[in-house]
Design a protein around this ligand. Structure first.
Ligand code: HEC
Length: 160
């Protein structure tokens, strides 16, 4: 009887280790190397990199549309442009891409999308362009912070 308990214990222990390993690999670590400029390069297939970069360009375009709308005092447009890249827009990241992103990257990315939603809500509720600009300044700080840490695939070697 005792021997069987020990055996069960060992099996459960091994399974827990496997689960912990899987959680680390798929949820926490992502797939990365350290680059020459000491940023962390996330390793991705070309199509996956293209997906992320397209999302990034959409973020920049939202910032452009929001800046333009604030300048013209069109707070409805500010809200629409911000909401277009809010959390709802971030739901369709393919599982293969998500698995390669470190947890910290996903947390920062989610925070940025959530901030766009908050800016949209405030623009509608307050209609105060100066407040929007203050929020956008803080938001751009988050873009800068992530770009300082991460890159996608190590840069190619310079031509000889
Ligand atoms: C969670 C991390 C993260 C956040 C937050 C983030 N970015 Fe990026 N962004 C990246 C990475 C990584 C790259 C690829 C850089 C590289 O490989 O050199 C990138 C690239 C870009 C590019 C280049 C796209 C291309 O086609 O080459 C633009 C533009 C961009 N980001 C805009 C933004 C803007 C605007 C924000 C904020 C509203 C933002 N990003 C927030 C990680 C982030």
């Amino acid at each position: 009887m005792k021997k069987i308990h020990v055996l069960y214990g060992a099996i459960i222990g091994v399974l827990l280790l496997v689960i912990a390993g899987l959680v680390y690999k798929f949820l926490l670590a992502g797939k990365t190397v350290t680059t020459e400029d000491r940023r962390t390069a996330i390793i991705m297939e070309p199509a996956e990199r293209a997906f992320v970069l397209e999302e990034m360009r959409a973020l920049l375009d939202a910032i452009r549309a929001m800046t333009d709308a604030v300048a013209r005092d069109d707070m409805k447009k500010v809200a629409a442009a911000a909401r277009a890249v809010g959390l709802a827009a971030a739901q369709h990241v393919p599982a293969a891409v998500a698995a390669k992103l470190p947890l910290e990257f996903k947390t920062m990315g989610r925070g940025v999308h959530a901030e766009f939603d908050r800016i949209a809500l405030d623009a509608e509720a307050m209609g105060d362009g100066k407040h929007t600009l203050t929020q956008m300044g803080e938001l751009l700080g988050r873009c800068v912070a992530c770009h300082a840490i991460y890159q996608i695939n190590p840069a190619a070697a310079p031509p000889k």
